[in-house]
Design a protein around this ligand. Structure first.
Ligand code: ADP
Length: 166
């Protein structure tokens, strides 16, 4: 019997990443072990007020994912499933922190399945230590002068400090 051709897993990890936290990074690290190629993709969303521009977020992500050889960074607007097809990907990676993420993530995953039946959404849980970490909370704490070291990579901590000081 002929050997099956190896199936390649190309996954897109979409999000706002405004900015990337250690929770995101933990997910990227786990995802990079599952996928042959993992593309972290910043969503260009006009409706969401952001602290960092898309270009800044892409630049920060690119720096932070450098240690992972099979991880790259991109950005997209419009439908995620269109970006998935354009990049030749077959999986979407999303993270679940707590039950509160589940309902929203389930809705999006079902919608994406309807729009593109061949693409699977895979959920990973970040380490418990990051289960409470969100970009929103990190921005709030940083803007009030709180210490966010350990919650974001050191480079992001610096960038946050100088941005909120403005
Ligand atoms: P979005 O605006 O699409 O929710 P985010 O940048 O906030 O973008 O998050 C991107 C993905 O990463 C989402 O699936 C979110 O649930 C997941 N995520 C965010 N923070 C964490 C964390 N601390 N642990 C696990 N998953 C996370």
């Amino acid at each position: 019997m002929a050997a099956l051709p190896p199936s390649r897993i190309v996954a897109i990890y979409p999000g706002s990443f405004d900015p990337i936290t250690n929770g995101h990074l933990d997910l990227i690290s786990r995802g990079s072990k599952l996928a042959d190629r993992l593309i972290v993709a910043v969503l260009q969303n006009q409706r969401k007020q952001s602290l960092f521009t898309v270009a800044e977020r892409v630049e920060m992500l690119t720096e932070v994912v450098k240690p992972y050889a099979n991880v790259e960074v991109g950005s997209f607007h419009g439908l995620l499933v269109d970006y998935v097809a354009a990049r030749g990907a077959n999986f979407i990676l999303r993270g679940i922190r707590a039950i509160s993420d589940y309902e929203y993530e389930l809705q999006i995953a079902h919608m994406n399945r309807l729009l593109s039946p061949g693409v699977e959404t895979v959920f990973l849980m970040a380490a418990e230590a990051y289960s409470f970490v969100s970009s929103q909370l990190v921005k709030e704490v940083a803007s009030l002068g709180g210490n966010v070291s350990g919650l974001v990579p050191p480079l992001i901590e610096e960038r946050l400090k100088s941005r909120v000081a403005k």
